[in-house]
Design a binder for this molecule. Structure first.
Ligand SMILES: C[S@@+](CC[C@H](N)C(=O)[O-])C[C@H]1O[C@@H](n2cnc3c(N)ncnc32)[C@H](O)[C@@H]1O
Length: 420
């Protein structure tokens, strides 16, 4: 893919996987703005949007001009202002600030040009276009966000690098540490990295931004050459990224470009569960563009399938996968719930967070399986004041608690004893 912009030339042609990425970003921003503004009495919503690898702002798709990531951020923020105010008596002030950072002067100039053609003011304090390196600018941006939003610090950082080593993971860690409510969307050429893995000084230098040591690289090379190697390498990379960045939640699904067949991750990293659930809902809504190795239940990214390394299935977020995921969850969730709630009741909220990184299920999918298990008498649900909830229960509340019935405990205790 050619990412070259010049203010006197036509923008580059977009390829299908970049289009898929833009669709997810647009849908994510829309869903996220809606989700955080459900309270009709809210008067103000502040957010900072940072595009750290902004590019030139537009692409060509056949003869049509389509918006790149900086324009998508602005379009969705403005559309949200109108949409969220539609049926309100009290108006909502949607107060956003955008930072667009681009290292190439000609790209930044192209971006400024397309912004002014669309009548965006570059001097009203809402939009900053900076021609510099993201890594040189990030400290200033973090300080400015903390100053503008001392309490909430709500921000989305899009780091749309080419390849896998332009973004230092310690910078992502700094963002999530300084602004715990922020989230980071990182593109990461996971399969290119898997293909190039080699124990050479060049490779070791190249993966330094990922904080991978020489011996970790050696381990990855060995994994890659074994059965189900790619899935294992990617599982290890995913864990490494989560560990170094300190993200509590991640969605590691990848886009597979048709031409190169080299999967590219569009990785969403955050410390708060709502953001993760909104992103996973977007993956389900835009089916068939994103996929991952393994099954949809607790076998995500080959988690369990790898115990039986044969052919690792690909999960695609389509209807069939949803059916299979439900059946698998019905089968595996009781055991998972038992290990979670065998000692004491566990809230629905804690259950969702505990399973979030291990399954492709939305919280609503997990809830519906829990409800089914409840109706079938496999588990009990307690509401406020420890009262057992009625069998006709339709919706779970985050504070409801799951309790394992006595006979289930005995059954699992027996199983445990037998397996010793
Ligand atoms: C993949 S393109 C961005 C495309 C854009 N996000 C879109 O889809 O509309 C990556 C851009 O990041 C720029 N870039 C590369 N390294 C950078 C860095 N360290 N800081 C800021 N920009 C950088 C490149 O010049 C290029 O324009």
């Amino acid at each position: 893919m050619n990412f070259n912009w010049h203010p006197d030339e036509r923008p580059p042609i977009i390829d299908p996987h970049s289009k898929a990425k833009l669709d997810v970003l647009r849908n994510y921003l829309r869903a996220y703005f809606d989700r955080l503004n459900v309270n009709p009495s809210r008067e103000e919503f502040k957010i900072d949007l940072v595009d750290g690898f902004a590019g030139g702002g537009t692409f060509r798709n056949d003869e049509k001009i389509v918006s790149g990531t900086p324009l998508i951020m602005l379009e969705e923020a403005n559309a949200a202002t109108d949409r969220l105010n539609e049926n309100r008596t009290k108006p909502l002030r949607f107060d956003y600030k955008c930072y667009f950072i681009e290292k190439e002067a000609t790209h930044a100039d192209h971006l400024r040009k397309v912004l002014s053609e669309r009548s965006y003011a570059l001097d009203d304090g809402k939009i900053a276009v900076r021609n510099c390196l993201f890594e040189d600018e990030v400290e200033d941006i973090l300080t400015a966000i903390k100053h503008r939003q001392p309490r909430a610090g709500r921000a989305i950082f899009l780091l749309d690098q080419t390849g896998f080593s332009q973004v230092k993971l310690t910078i992502v860690a700094e963002i999530l540490r300084e602004l715990p409510a922020a989230e980071v969307i990182l593109t990461f050429a996971a399969e290119a990295l898997t293909n190039y893995l080699a124990n050479t000084p060049q490779m070791i230098a190249m993966v330094a931004p990922l904080e991978l040591t020489k011996s970790q690289i050696q381990d990855l090379i060995q994994l890659k050459n074994g059965n189900a190697g790619r899935a294992l390498v990617q599982r290890t990379l995913r864990e490494q990224i989560r560990l170094v960045t300190g993200a509590t939640y991640d969605t590691p699904f990848f886009i597979r470009p048709k031409e190169s067949r080299r999967a590219l991750w569009f990785l969403h990293l955050s410390k708060h569960p709502t953001a993760r659930d909104v992103m996973i809902q977007v993956h389900w809504a835009i089916q068939n563009t994103f996929e991952h190795y393994g099954s949809g239940d607790f076998g995500m990214l080959g988690w369990d399938t790898l115990r039986d390394p044969g052919t690792v299935p690909l999960f695609n977020f389509n209807e069939m996968d949803q059916e299979i995921m439900r059946t698998q969850l019905l089968d595996t969730l009781p055991r998972e719930l038992f290990s979670l709630a065998s000692e004491e009741p566990v809230t629905i909220d804690a259950m969702r967070h505990r399973f979030a990184n291990r399954t492709a299920a939305r919280y609503s999918d997990l809830d519906s399986i829990v409800l089914q298990l409840f109706r079938e008498g496999e588990i009990e649900i307690l509401g406020a004041n420890d009262r057992v909830r009625s069998a006709s229960l339709q919706n779970l509340r985050a504070i409801d608690r799951i309790v394992m019935p006595k006979q289930t405990r005995i059954f699992f205790d027996d199983l445990r004893r037998d397996s010793k």
